[in-house]
Design a protein around this ligand. Sequence first.
Ligand SMILES: C[S@@+](CC[C@H](N)C(=O)[O-])C[C@H]1O[C@@H](n2cnc3c(N)ncnc32)[C@H](O)[C@@H]1O
Length: 248
Amino acid sequence: MSEPTPELPKQWIKGLVPTMNDKGFMFEVLDEYADEFIRSSSTPDNEMLDIGCAYGVATIPALRKGARITACDMDRRHLDILKSRAPEDMHDRLTLFTGALPDIDLQDNYYNAILCSRVLHFLSGDEIDASIRNMFRWLKPGGHLYLVADTPWGIWRNFIPTWEKNVANHERWPGHMPKPINFLPYKPSSDDVGPPLMNLLDPTLLRRTCEEAGFIVDKASFVDRSDFGDKGRMDGRENCGLAAHKPD
Ligand SMILES: C[S@@+](CC[C@H](N)C(=O)[O-])C[C@H]1O[C@@H](n2cnc3c(N)ncnc32)[C@H](O)[C@@H]1O
């Protein structure tokens, strides 16, 4: 008998659905970079790839736009829940793929667009570079890349002095934060372990990594998350995002 599909975890903060593997939350409010990925899903022959898709906050609206989409996540349970939430008559355009960046066994020169939203900051610097080089390979010439990541200017504000010191020391990855739980602006509960590492980013770091991998960067900016409540919200620099394309 097959295992029953797990249920979407309960939200204890409105709009934030907890992941099942201590990799933060899926945010129900989308940003301009995810919106652009979804908009580009309306071209019927497009092959789209959502890496770190969680329960489908971007995958499902992209599917509804008509594209074929590969939903990829390191946690199979997230993908099973995603499928259970996607309209059944669209399942033939949905591929589920379990894999973890940087090395996922995906086809080269295959995708028209890739979204990787709020995943890269869980990786070491070398893994971020390797992931972006792989995304370059997976995209068709002319294909589009959309990235979103956490910065120090939100929930990770206690890290800002370390970030500034690291920037002044010209460290390649100033946002490298071992034991992130120690930097939370509130006392975590005793069973809260959090991810083992965070690597906070900003538009400059996203741009550098993508340009080094061969991308042409169309836009790199901070993302104002005025919807983030309490200590998640700071000054309009809570997330950073990038849109780029692979040259023809
Ligand atoms: C913070 S959630 C982001 C979900 C959604 N993309 C969003 O923007 O709200 C991170 C998701 O990425 C997945 N993830 C984390 N590290 C990953 C990796 N190295 N490779 C693939 N997926 C990963 C997690 O399992 C989780 O579903």
